[in-house]
Structure formats: structure tokens, C-alpha cells
Design a protein around this ligand. Structure first.
Ligand code: OSB
Ligand code: MG
Length: 368
């Protein structure tokens, strides 16, 4: 197979409600959507890079630049046996995993469509229903937070994750535990703390959290190992795990007990599956993180979540939580049991709404 053409589109959609993390507040999402024409079959994916380099070093702009100026020249006219070869071909390009993941997963979608198979089956997934949790942004007041959690529990979601930062950590957790004593609860700090905050974070042990996600520096494996030794609460790493080597180092150092895998952060399905397999062999459970994706990215997260060791509920949720109107058909929905039924159609199993995507495109570039 051959990638004949790549179409880059930047779409912009307002979030249903602003999303606040320790690194900022977002109201409008800019997303780079990649359409890869593989032998006349379109495969779709999105780069999850943010508007600014605040979660990870990449941005929408850098992803566009790397895709156009470095990735396309490697793939252009290249004969491929399968999408699994894309990651290796891109290895001379260091980093830029979100740019790589966008094209790599689009080629996987195209290959699955060519074969008439659901992508999750092509990947070796084992479940046709995935458990879902939600990520709740930092709220103005504790009452707002309680209301938001109530709403998500009523919708059926199986675990609640709240964003925390210094000054908004112990109190919200304490309040939620008073109100919802038995729910599966976790926190995500997005690197807002320093190792000196160890004794403060230790106070969270009293609330029986499933895990604390990425408390320390975005690339600080050593610090997380030091912290994990002091905490009973399991540390889960997100930002830190951008390569298979970092996953191995994190596990060997004891820097975490759980790993969040995001396709964009690790560079696509090939590295995601390797990290998944490594974690499985070391008895480290994984779950699929989210990046406020459009339905296209959401569909890929669903496919990834079918792999065996994705045993914990991920941040993969209904389209409606973020978008008034999504860019896929049907939109992603969640059952009252807090699960998503994995679609049976070919590729990602949802149809990109071409006209809507074209209309939303603030910018477009065709590479051929
Ligand atoms: O750390 O998991 C994160 C959103 C943007 C950047 C980083 C993160 C998040 C989320 C949202 O937690 C997860 C979602 O898409 O629902
Ligand atoms: Mg996170």
C-alpha cells in the first residue's frame, strides 16, 4: 500500500464547558485533523497537540510543520506492507510524537478499512465494550465540583478523576469523599508539584484514591520514584511516558504503579502497543488517557482501549461531554453502565462527517 496524499485540516470547536487544569484553562479547541489517502481509501486521525506547549512540547503549529516538512517527505511514494511499518520509517525524526501519531493512526484506519475489518480487531483487541471514567476540570467552588461529579455518576461513569493544583487539592478530595464515600476516585496534577511537596501529597493517602496522576515534573522519572516510595497512593504517569524506554525506566525505577497511555503522547499504535505489552509483562495496569479529542480521536481511543491490559476505566467519554455537535457519525455515546460499546464497522467504526469537517476547517493543506 501507498499513502498517495495527506490532507491537513485545522478545525476549531468551542468546548461545551471550559476545561481547567493546573497548566491553564481552555474554552476553544484547535485540532489538526489528518486524512490520509491510502490507495484511494481515506484513513482519519487527529493530532492531539495543544494550542500551546503546556502539556507537552508540541503544538498545533509544530505538528503541522513536522507533518508537512519532515514526515510527508519520508512517506511520499513509499511502498508499505502495513501501517505497522510507519513508526519505524519515522524513527529518524526525534520526538514530535503527536505529529507522528496523527499520520500513523490515520494509516491504520485506512488499512483496516481496506481489509473491511474494525481497527480494534486488526490491532488485536479483546473486548467489545470498554469501561469509562471522566476527567473533571478544576472548578470555581466545591459546590460546583460536587454537582459536576454527581452529574457524571448519574450518567453511569465508573470512576471520577479530578484535576488538582496547589491550593485546590486536599479540600476538594475531602469534600468528595464525604459526599461519595465509595466511588472510584483519582486525581491528576499535570506536573503542578515539586518533590518538596511530598509530605503535603502524603495527606491524600487518607482518602483511598485509585491513583495520583503525574504529580511532578513532566520528565522527572527519578522524582516520581522518590515520591512513590513515600506514598501509599499509587502514582500513575502520564506526561513522563513519551517513549517505550521511559516506560521501562519508570517501571524499573518504581516511579509508578499504573501508566496512562495516550496515542499522541507516545507516537501512535506501534509504540502504544509496545508499551502496553511491556506493562502487561510487568503487571502494570494501563488505561487510555484523553486529550479533549474530537470524535475522530475519541474513536481511536476506543479502539486502543480494547487491548487486554487496558484493565482500568479510561478518560474516554461521550462526545456530548465536550461538543455540541461532533464531527463523526454516530457520535460517541456511553451506556447507563458507564461503558462504550465498541463499533463493529470497518476502520475506526465511525464515519467522519466530511462536509462538516470541511466547513469547520480554518486552514487546509494538501500534500501530494
Ligand atoms: O492530563 O489527562 C490529562 C486534557 C488535556 C490535557 C491533558 C489531560 C487532559 C484530560 C482530559 O484529563 C481528558 C479527556 O479528554 O476527557
Ligand atoms: Mg493526565
Amino acid at each position: 500500500m501507498k499513502v498517495q496524499r495527506i490532507t491537513l485540516r485545522e478545525i476549531r470547536m468551542p468546548l461545551v464547558t471550559p476545561f481547567e487544569t493546573s497548566f491553564g484553562r481552555l474554552t476553544n479547541r484547535r485540532m489538526l485533523i489528518v486524512e490520509a489517502d491510502v490507495d484511494g481509501v481515506s484513513g482519519w486521525a487527529e493530532s492531539v497537540a495543544g494550542e500551546g506547549p503546556f502539556y507537552a512540547p508540541e503544538t498545533v503549529e509544530t505538528a503541522w510543520h513536522i507533518l508537512r516538512d519532515f514526515i510527508w517527505p519520508v512517506l511520499k511514494n513509499r511502498e508499505l506492507n502495513s501501517a505497522s511499518e510507519v513508526w519505524g520509517l519515522l524513527s529518524p525524526i526525534r520526538g514530535h510524537n503527536m505529529a507522528k501519531a496523527a499520520i500513523e493512526s490515520a494509516v491504520w484506519d485506512a488499512e483496516a478499512r481496506q481489509k473491511g475489518l474494525p481497527l480494534w480487531k486488526l490491532l488485536g483487541g479483546v473486548r467489545n465494550e470498554i469501561p469509562c471514567g471522566v476527567s473533571i476540570g478544576i472548578k470555581e467552588t466545591l459546590d460546583d465540583l460536587v454537582l459536576a461529579v454527581e452529574r457524571e455518576l448519574d450518567a453511569g461513569y465508573q470512576r471520577i478523576k479530578i484535576k488538582i493544583k496547589p491550593g485546590k487539592d486536599i479540600e476538594p478530595v475531602e469534600r468528595l469523599r464525604q459526599r461519595f464515600s465509595r466511588i472510584r476516585l483519582m486525581v491528576d496534577a499535570n506536573s503542578a508539584y515539586r518533590i518538596e511537596d511530598g509530605p503535603h501529597l502524603k495527606r491524600l493517602d487518607a482518602y483511598h484514591l485509585m491513583m495520583i496522576e503525574q504529580p511532578l515534573g513532566w520528565d522527572d522519572l527519578y522524582g516520581h520514584a522518590e515520591l512513590q516510595r513515600k506514598l501509599d497512593t499509587p502514582v500513575c504517569l502520564d506526561e513522563c511516558i513519551h517513549t517505550e524506554e521511559h516506560a521501562r525506566a519508570a517501571i524499573e525505577l518504581g516511579a509508578c504503579k499504573i501508566i496512562n497511555i495516550k496515542l499522541g503522547r507516545v507516537g501512535g499504535y506501534t509504540p502504544a502497543r509496545r508499551i502496553h505489552d511491556l506493562c502487561q509483562s510487568k503487571q502494570i495496569p494501563v488505561w487510555c488517557g484523553g486529550m479533549l479529542e474530537s470524535g475522530i480521536g475519541r474513536a481511536h481511543n476506543i479502539a486502543l482501549s480494547t487491548l487486554e491490559n487496558f484493565s482500568l476505566p479510561g478518560d474516554v467519554t461521550a462526545s456530548r461531554r465536550y461538543w455540541i455537535e461532533d464531527v463523526i457519525d454516530p457520535e460517541v455515546t456511553v451506556t447507563p453502565q458507564g461503558t462504550i460499546r465498541v463499533p463493529a464497522g470497518p476502520g475506526i467504526g465511525y464515519e467522519p462527517r466530511f462536509n462538516r469537517i470541511e466547513k469547520l476547517a480554518a486552514r487546509k493543506e494538501i500534500l501530494q
